[in-house]
Design a protein around this ligand. Structure first.
Ligand SMILES: [Zn+2]
Length: 196
């Protein structure tokens, strides 16, 4: 995002009651205010498990168990590597929630047409793999995570200085209790997962 876009986001977070300096620079204070803001949108108690491997196994079952997956139809036109894709498999416990998130995002398209590109660029859901550079399982291994607009929101790009995932999309996930990697970890902004 450019400094003007970052300022607009800072203003939005500030006006929501999470004070920060509106200067177009995203430092630790902006990051903390943004996290607190997104947490404030989440349901209480949060419906999702803590992100440690024991809690995840308890809640989601064995990683890679395709018996826990169900198919969902995307509510709007989605592209995967430029090709139209109409559905994906997701953990059965996340399916209804993810559909509500996507419907909420779709509902923003008229008022915020600039988010359509990021929201429509599907980057994967179920993927039986460990976390990058680690031994623990990624939430993708349970089908409890989804990636959007991977090209502009890579694992390395810091958010929002380099990555461009819009706050509106993160808000839609937060309202269902999902975490946005860009806001919570500052990188990998393509990634959204159903953990508390
Ligand atoms: Zn991911």
């Amino acid at each position: 995002m450019n400094p003007e876009q970052i300022k607009a986001m800072q203003r939005r977070i500030n006006d929501a009651g999470f004070p920060l300096v509106i200067d177009g620079f995203w430092g630790p204070k902006s990051q903390a205010a943004c996290r607190a803001y997104l947490r404030s949108l989440m349901p209480s108690p949060n419906p999702w498990p803590q992100p440690d491997q024991v809690s995840l196994r308890e809640f989601y079952g064995e990683p890679g168990d395709e018996g826990n997956l169900v198919m969902i139809e995307f509510p709007y036109r989605m592209l995967y590597g430029g090709q139209a894709v109409s559905r994906t498999r997701v953990h059965k416990k996340c399916a209804a929630s993810l559909l509500r998130v996507l419907a909420a995002i779709q509902g923003l398209f008229n008022d915020a047409p600039d988010i359509v590109d990021e929201a429509s660029d599907y980057g994967g859901c179920f993927n039986f793999r460990p976390k990058r550079g680690g031994r623990s399982w990624s939430l993708h291994a349970w089908g409890a995570a989804i990636d959007l607009d991977a090209d502009d929101n890579t694992f390395r790009d810091s958010w929002p200085m380099r990555a461009d995932m819009p706050l509106e999309i993160m808000e839609a996930f937060a309202r269902e209790g999902w975490k946005s990697a860009g806001a919570f970890w500052g990188y990998d902004a393509m990634h959204f997962e159903a953990t508390a």
